[in-house]
Design a protein. Structure first.
Length: 76
């Protein structure tokens, strides 16, 4: 399953990856925090939409990503 940066708020089109709470190969449960993101106004965590194993991390810490970009892939 592709985990994408969700819609945040009107006018917010991108944010920066602050840090990953997980590494490739880690098992996660639905709702576990995957990554902390930072906008110009706030920080927030993106939760896992499902249980599984983090197969690939596609957005590096410090990288700016846009709404809808794939952050990581979880194999259920």
């Amino acid at each position: 399953m592709e985990v994408k940066l969700p819609f945040l708020a009107e006018g917010v089109e991108s944010c920066t990856v602050s840090f990953w709470h997980v590494s490739e190969g880690d098992h996660v449960e639905e709702g576990d925090d995957l990554v902390e993101m930072q906008t110009s106004k706030a920080a927030f965590n993106v939760p896992s939409p499902c249980a599984g194993t983090v197969a690939r991390i596609l957005a590096a810490e410090g990288e700016e990503v846009r709404v809808g970009d794939v952050l990581c892939i979880i194999e259920e």
